[in-house]
Structures are given as C-alpha cells and as structure tokens.
Write a protein that binds this ligand. Structure first.
Ligand code: HEM
Length: 254
C-alpha cells in the first residue's frame, strides 16, 4: 500500500465516509429531494455536536470552570449561526419543486427530530418555557424530561448563585466581573442565535408551503411554530435588560 492509500484508508475509516455517503435514501424520483435530505442530515449532525457540547458545558459549569464553559457556549452560538445561514440554501429549493415531492414525505417532519428536542430539554426549556412545553415534549417523547436530570439552565443558575452577585450587578460592574459578564453574554448570544434560527425557519416554511398550511407533522405555523419564538434557555438574562432600563429611569410595560 502506498502512503497515500494508507492515509486515504485512515481518513475513510475515521470519518466513516462510506456510511455517511450511503445514508441518503430518497423516497421520490424528484432530483431536488437530494438537497432536502442532505440539509436535514447536516442539521442532525450539528444537533449531535450541540448535544455533546451542552452536556460538557453542564459539567464545566458545575465544576465552576467558567472560562471553558464560556468558550463552549460561544461556539454553540456560532454553530447555531451556521445552521441558521444554511436555511438560505434550502430557500433555493423552489416552492413548486418542493410540492412535487412533498406527498412522498407522508407524515415525516422536523418535529420528529429527537435530537432537537433533547437539545431543548437538556438546555432547560422544560423549566423555562412553562408547563405546556413540558407536557408537549413528554407527549412526543415519553420520559424525555427524566432522561435529562441535569440541565444547562440549572447549572447556570447554580453558578450565578455561587458567585454571590445579582446578575444586574455583574452588568453594572462588568469589567470587575469580566468572567461572569463574558459567560452571561455568551449565554444570551446562544439564545439569540436559536431564536434567529426559529424565526428564519418560520419564514422559510411560509415561503415554501404558506403560513396557513398544515405541516406534514400535523401542526399549523401560526398556532405551533410562531409561539416558539418566545422560548429562551436563559430568561433571567433577558429580564435583566428590563432591570437595567428601569435602573436608568426608563419605562417597561408590565
Ligand atoms: C422545505 C423545508 C421545510 C419545511 C416546509 C418545514 C416545515 C416545518 C413545519 C410545518 C413544522 C411544524 C411541524 C409540522 O407540522 O410539520 C416544522 C417543524 C420543525 N422543523 Fe421544519 N421545515 C423545513 C425544513 C427544516 C429543516 C432543514 C430542519 C432542520 C433540521 C427543520 C427542523 C424542524 C424542527 C426541529 C421542527 C420542530 C420545531 C419545534 O418543535 O419547535 N425543518 N417544520
């Protein structure tokens, strides 16, 4: 075996390119279905990385390793940004082409992505988005909440508590509490990036099938997807903006 052949073998083995490239099982004869499948697979790979990093972040926060936790959370925000921009590729699947193979999808929908729901629950959404979200997640995947006994949101709140500082004080004296300030800004950026993905996914859905259409997962955009725009993993960091505004004499509605 030449050195190149050996290197090629190592690469193929390590990256599992054969498995990866044999995983596009098309269900229609339409040439545009390939893009649809590949983009979903790319997202599932990113979800896998996000889940991996969220688990690591929980451990880091619990060990009070705030520097490394900040780094990972910032990177997750970047991954979400990349995922968001990838929706732009799907926007170049024309709505008419999509309708030509949509019936072949039957009831298949991103709604059934277990990894997406795990990512939300592991990050703490079942605590922060209210009872109806928790009940919905359990209905889709019974036992999903118990399968994530520790969440990133809980680990975050414990780190805040350990710091002994109210969040607003960290913001007001940000250069004295730079590590905590950096962590909080990484967290809010992660929330913002996911909200941006949700928003752009909705725009893309409306462009593709219309806002009043029932999805293949059985929901309507305005009733199901639009309310998810309010979801946050770190609501305390959004609330502190109100406190900063009122502390500076501004007015916030109730
Ligand atoms: C033609 C492209 C797409 C259309 C028309 C579309 C449509 C929809 C619709 C209508 C829903 C609501 C559930 C339902 O009734 O089906 C949904 C949910 C979802 N979609 Fe998409 N989608 C598209 C592409 C994508 C892509 C590329 C991803 C990436 C994995 C994705 C991920 C999700 C996820 C995770 C949900 C659940 C959101 C939640 O529960 O908050 N979708 N999609």
């Amino acid at each position: 075996m030449t050195q190149f052949e050996q290197d090629q073998f190592n690469y193929t083995e390590h990256i599992q390119t054969d498995n990866l490239l044999n995983s596009q099982k098309l269900v229609s004869p339409h040439p545009e279905e390939m893009l649809f499948v590949i983009i979903h697979q790319v997202f599932e790979l990113w979800f896998k990385q996000l889940l991996h990093d969220t688990g690591r972040t929980i451990d880091l926060l619990e060990n009070n390793d705030l520097a490394q936790a900040t780094w990972l959370i910032s990177r997750m925000a970047r991954i979400l940004g990349v995922a968001d921009s990838q929706l732009g590729v799907l926007e170049m699947l024309s709505a008419a082409d999509f309708q030509e193979f949509r019936p072949y999808l039957e009831s298949s929908s991103g709604l059934q992505s277990r990894q997406f729901r795990d990512f939300e629950v592991l990050s703490g959404l079942a605590e922060t988005a209210g009872e109806s979200y928790a009940a919905w997640a359990e209905r889709l995947w019974p036992g999903i909440i118990a399968s994530h006994p520790k969440t990133m949101h809980q680990a975050f709140l414990a780190a805040v508590e350990r710091s002994g500082l109210p969040i607003i004080e960290v913001y007001q004296n940000r250069w004295d509490h730079f590590q905590l300030f950096s962590l909080y800004e990484a967290c809010i950026e992660m929330d913002r990036a996911l909200a941006s993905w949700r928003h752009n996914h909705i725009q893309m859905v409306k462009r593709m099938i219309g806002g009043q259409t029932k999805g293949t997962g059985g929901t309507f955009v305005e009733k199901y997807l639009e309310p998810t725009l309010k979801y946050r993993f770190f609501p305390e960091l959004w609330d502190v903006r109100h406190d900063l505004t009122t502390a500076a004499g501004g007015t916030v509605s109730n």
